[in-house]
Unconditional design. Structure first.
Lengths: 358, 288
């Protein structure tokens, strides 16, 4: 069991609290940096996919995990990021300019959804984002001059200062850099008053409001950050899939993102990463599963979302803290071995707290 | 004029379906403060169950409808008892994620059980009538009539029956209702069952128009938009919201085909911007 002695006020602010953290995260950083040298192209691509998912999941985590507002339409922001980025590239905007632009525009569009919806309870945001995703998909289908409609749209390879990037490992490092920068950004936001306000809004809107937090503003801000990050992920995703079609960004992708953060662990940055890894594994196992299922079930278009739904339901009921929460429990058990109490992590409320008054 | 009338009737009938689903949705929200994002999928399941009773068990349409309503009522109550009740007291996003995932499960299950191709249900509402130059299918009239009957029944039930009054009480204040001896848990399951039965009627009435397919579950999203337009906690509001979306759709399809799929959502966003509490505001400030 580790006992931390506080000898410095900065200790409370540090991201890496003690040497154990430094060692393990350093090791992880080395591992992801060295990964392309050790595995073949197929696995580099799989890793890149996981990193992009992690980035999108991190975006959703800001609004759902940290602020407690469910967005059921985050695939739409990926779509906006992806299409805008590809459109800019095709029209000669350099990669390094076009990617932030994708994030910025997705963020701005996110504001358009969040501002009207956030004046009401969180449910409105869920419904508005769901409707918004459908609107975006429809717009993509109909705005053929820009998006290519149902025919789809090819994506130019990324280029940095005139150097075109074709190799999988080069793209891997770009995605990795963006992801690490975004993680640091999110971790830092969480340490600011804004980030703390988000957590307060998540835990109780009423208490947050009583403490002088502007609830609607916090929600809108969270949604803006979230949409920007997801748009960024969308821009990178465009290069990953290399050909954009409207159905890629359907509701199934939104559910997949949601699944990712719930299974990974709501309310933690780790959760987004774990979720992305798990969803990567899940996708490959579903394609294996499809082969030995009877064709009547295996060829169902609804099979994949159905399985996602089932996993989500099981996690929400039995392990709402997700994989990361389970790991924390295990770690606490090991750290305080004989003294672990079963209800250390027990949820407090078990009745329906009414939030209404006529 | 004839075209206008025709579009109007199509719109009203479509809107009635949205309104019925939205009413089930609002009913659950009012009583239990939970949102059921699977409402559209429960409607779709109801239509499939009615189809099974009619095609495999050989019941006539009305018996099949009643049987399906009963089955769906039990199903809805079971969903509450087995799944939803477990997460009472957890944050709102849990219930949103839970119900929307249940919707996906229902859709996948329906696709596996009844196959991917759309099915058609035999209904006694064949034929058309013409009225002032407009040709109107009887199945559209059946939807409107069915909705009127359902709304009247719901109103009677809520206002005069013991159970309905208990539901109203539970929806106003759960704790007080519990103290007064109302079996709140049972009431909640009852509300889920009732909402599922209402959606089942919507699904069956819709069946002759869209055929029965697992994708019909997505209609639920329009019903959520209808509920938002109407003001989230209001039953008449839900119906009016449904009618607004339903009427807007065929007119958009005729005059503005680019937006025909999304007009309902655009109206919803407009309402959110201009009158965020909905047309029939019942929203309340929260209590600490």
């Amino acid at each position: 069991m580790r006992v931390l002695f506080k000898t410095d006020y900065n200790q409370d602010i540090r991201l890496l609290k003690h040497n154990g953290f430094r060692f393990w995260y350093g090791l992880l950083l080395l591992a992801v940096l060295a990964a392309p040298a050790m595995v073949d192209t197929y696995w580099i691509n799989e890793l890149t996919r996981v990193l992009i998912y992690a980035l999108a999941g991190l975006g959703l985590m800001v609004v759902t995990g940290f602020t407690g507002q469910v967005s059921l339409g985050h695939a739409a922001f990926m779509a906006i990021g992806a299409y805008l980025h590809s459109f800019c590239l095709a029209n000669g905007v350099p990669f390094l300019l076009s990617l932030p632009l994708a994030a910025l525009v997705s963020g701005m569009v996110g504001l358009l959804v969040a501002i009207p919806a956030s004046r009401m309870t969180g449910l409105y945001l869920a419904i508005a984002s769901l409707a918004f995703a459908i609107v975006v998909e429809d717009v993509i289908i109909h705005w053929e001059s820009v998006t290519g409609g149902n025919r789809g749209m090819a994506v130019d390879p990324p280029a940095l200062f005139g150097y075109e990037i074709f190799q999988a490992w080069e793209f891997y490092y770009i995605v990795l850099a963006v992801l690490i920068a975004s993680i640091l950004l999110v971790l830092n936001i969480l340490r600011t008053p804004t980030g703390r306000a988000m957590l307060a809004v998540r835990d109780s809107e009423i208490s947050a409001e009583s403490l002088g937090i502007r609830v609607a503003r916090t929600k809108i801000l969270a949604f803006w950050i979230s949409a920007s990050l997801t748009g960024l992920a969308g821009g990178l995703f465009a290069h990953f899939i290399q050909f954009l079609a409207p159905e890629v960004f359907g509701i199934v992708l939104s559910i997949q993102l949601l699944l990712m953060i719930v299974v990974g662990g709501l309310g933690t940055v780790h959760g987004a990463i774990y979720g992305a890894i798990l969803i990567g594994l899940l996708e490959s196992s579903i394609s294996i599963l499809k082969d030995w299922l009877p064709p009547a079930i295996g060829t169902q278009p609804g099979l994949e979302p159905g399985l996602f739904g089932l996993i989500l339901v099981l996690f929400i009921i039995f392990e709402p803290e997700g994989v990361y929460g389970r790991w924390l429990k295990l770690r606490t058990l090991l750290e305080n071995f004989p003294f672990y109490r079963r209800n250390t992590f027990k949820r407090q409320r078990s009745y329906l707290r009414t939030e209404r008054m006529r | 004029m004839a075209e206008f009338l025709q579009l109007l009737i199509i719109g009203i009938s479509q809107g009635c379906v949205y309104g019925l689903i939205a009413m089930g949705f609002v009913m659950i929200y009012k009583a239990t403060e939970m949102v059921n994002f699977a409402q559209g999928d429960i409607m779709m399941l109801g239509a499939f169950v009615a189809f099974s009773f009619s095609a495999y068990a050989g019941l006539n349409f009305w018996l099949a409808l009643l049987a399906a309503m009963a089955v769906m009522a039990v199903f809805g109550a079971l969903v509450d008892m087995v799944v939803v009740r477990r997460i009472i007291g957890q944050p709102q996003f849990s219930i949103v994620i839970l119900t929307i995932s249940m919707g996906f499960i229902f859709r996948a299950a329906a696709g596996m059980i009844w196959g991917p191709s759309p099915l058609s249900l035999d209904t006694p509402f064949g034929g058309t009538s013409s009225f002032a130059g407009a040709v109107i299918g009887h199945e559209r009239l059946a939807i409107i009539a069915g909705t009127l009957i359902m709304v009247t029944l719901i109103w009677l039930f809520m206002t005069f029956s013991r159970w309905g009054i208990a539901m109203q009480a539970a929806s106003q204040n759960q704790l007080a209702a519990f103290y007064l001896g109302i079996p709140v848990k049972l009431i909640y399951s009852g509300v889920w069952g009732l909402a599922a039965a209402i959606s089942c009627v919507a699904g069956v009435l819709l069946a002759p128009i869209t055929l029965i397919s697992a994708l019909n579950g997505f209609l639920g999203i329009k019903a959520f938009a209808a509920a938002v337009i109407g003001g989230f906690g209001s039953l008449p509001g839900a119906l009016v919201g449904g009618l607004i979306i339903g009427i807007a759709e065929p007119f958009a399809a005729a005059y503005l085909p680019e937006v025909k799929n999304i007009i309902g959502y655009l109206i919803m966003f407009a309402v959110l911007v201009m009158r965020p509490e909905g047309l029939f505001a019942t929203i309340y400030k929260k209590k600490v």
